[in-house]
Write a protein that binds this ligand. Structure first.
Ligand code: CP
Length: 465
């Protein structure tokens, strides 16, 4: 293996509590990894896949801890298999209800304990969005997000991208159908951000009522230059029979010029179909009762546009891919799950400092992005900043200054604020006020209301001291 001794990794992903020369590199969002780093991870995964038993001296003495507050088969077991294949050991808390969490221990304290000598890397799955970001703030060792609510699942995305790399030899320019529950599926959200960055095109075929959330579409547009356009999905045949398709394209002039036809872009050729199950653990399930969930059957696979499309699924599946599709040579979902081991071997060896990727990291959106402190009026009830108030260090990301726009530093949803405070002057203002433009980004404090402003000790602009 092209390994080097463990050395501190310099950049922090904005996790100020653990910043400094020895700050660990975390994998909380797919935005924490640059495109060059992803390519390097794929190349190392190729080597691990070719000789899975040949790297047992890569991480001797290193221990990973699996902290799973939600069920898992693939993510936990493939991470543990990867660590064992690298010659390390594993600690498993697969059922956190048997841990001191039931006695009221906070996530922050749990991470400080586990990362403070028990393990060299923590793999965390949690139902609250942004939980891994909170954990990273308190962890002296790398934290890997193994799924946080409906938010992100970055290592599943690296696995999915790796599968496209193996099966298609490239990701840029591919046409990828995302089908099913696009609203609550965290794998879809991370995957969409990554596909956009690679310049792949996305065709959304949602279960009616389970479209890609507006905040995801907005972010694809604002940050990655991706443009949503209505698609004529007749070419997808049975797959899109009950669904309105939307085509999301990287903002390239030559592609936009294609949309002169009122019916929109016609789906004629697809490289991959990514099917997802209904995420009923994140909603009541009632929303699905009056309708039949999308199903990929042999008949649907007969569409001309899918003639050489690979069929992917992060698994577990329920009924959304019929068993008869399993034997179709285009179905790769079990290979996809198997490739979770070599890609996670690469991720673990990298974050443990045992693998030098030698790649430019500057295009990773989260690297070096300032995340100033402030109050955090996050409107998302599933955000860790609301589900676990203890130890939450407010984090906000300023997305734009004019007009002012900010996101929660945990779940990345847009903040709802009526006023903006300046932590330096102690004054608060309407967001559009001229004075707001003069406030340094690190001094901006986003306030839900005048009451919240007063409670936080701010005075209205122009008032006497
Ligand atoms: N794909 C995935 O995350 O599977 P598990 O829930 O089994 O880990």
């Amino acid at each position: 293996m092209n390994s080097t001794p463990a050395t501190p990794v310099p950049p922090s992903n904005g996790d100020e509590a653990a910043s400094g020369p020895a700050a660990p590199r975390h994998l909380v969002s797919i935005d924490d990894v640059s495109l060059g780093e992803m390519h390097a991870l794929f190349e190392h995964a190729d080597k691990f896949a070719a000789d899975p038993k040949g790297f047992a001296d890569s991480c001797p003495g290193f221990i990973s801890a699996s902290l799973f507050y939600e069920p898992s088969t693939r993510t936990r077991l493939s991470f543990e298999s990867a660590m064992l294949r690298l010659g390390g050991g594993v600690l498993t808390a697969a059922e956190m209800t048997s841990s001191s969490v039931v006695k009221g221990e906070s996530l922050a304290d749990t991470i400080r304990v586990v990362g403070g000598g028990y393990a060299d890397v923590v793999v965390l799955r949690h139902p609250s969005e942004g939980a891994a970001r909170l954990a990273a703030q308190f962890s002296p060792v790398p934290v890997i997000n193994a799924g946080d609510g409906s938010h992100e699942h970055p290592t599943q995305t690296l696995c999915d991208l790796y599968n496209l790399h193996v099966e298609r030899g490239r990701i840029e320019g591919l046409d990828v159908v995302l089908a099913g529950d696009l609203r609550y599926s965290r794998t879809v959200h991370s995957f969409a951000y990554a596909l956009a960055r690679f310049g792949a095109n996305i065709v959304c075929v949602p279960q009616p009522g389970f479209e890609l959330p507006e905040y995801v579409v907005q972010r694809l547009y604002d940050e990655f230059g991706v443009n949503p356009v209505r698609a004529d999905a007749r070419g997808l045949g049975k797959l899109a029979a009950n669904s309105d398709a939307v085509y999301l394209t990287p903002q390239k002039p030559h592609q936009l010029s294609l949309f002169t036809d009122a019916r929109g872009w016609e789906v004629e050729h697809v490289d991959a179909v990514y099917m997802t199950r209904p995420q009923t653990e994140r909603h009541s399930g009632k929303e699905l009762s009056e309708t039949t969930y999308l199903r990929l059957e042999k008949r649907a696979m007969a569409a001309e546009s899918l003639r050489d499309a690979v069929v992917m699924h992060p698994l577990p599946r329920r009924d959304e891919i019929s068993d008869e599709v399993d034997s179709d040579p285009r179905s790769i979902y079990f290979k996809q799950a198997a490739r979770g081991v070599p890609i996670r071997m690469a991720i673990l060896a990298w974050l443990l400092g045992r693998l030098e990727l030698g790649a430019d990291m500057s295009d990773a959106p989260n690297i070096g992005y300032p995340v100033p402190a402030g109050t955090n009026p996050c409107p998302n009830p599933s955000c860790i900043s609301r589900t676990e108030r203890r130890h939450v260090i407010p984090r906000t990301k300023v997305l734009a200054r004019d007009p002012l726009k900010a996101a929660c530093g945990y779940c990345t949803r847009d903040l709802a604020f009526e006023y903006v405070g300046c932590s330096s002057s102690g004054m608060y203002h309407a967001p559009g006020a001229k004075a707001v433009k003069q406030i340094h980004g690190n001094h901006l404090v986003f306030l839900e209301s005048a009451v919240a402003a007063a409670e936080s000790g701010f005075r209205p602009a122009g008032s006497a001291t």
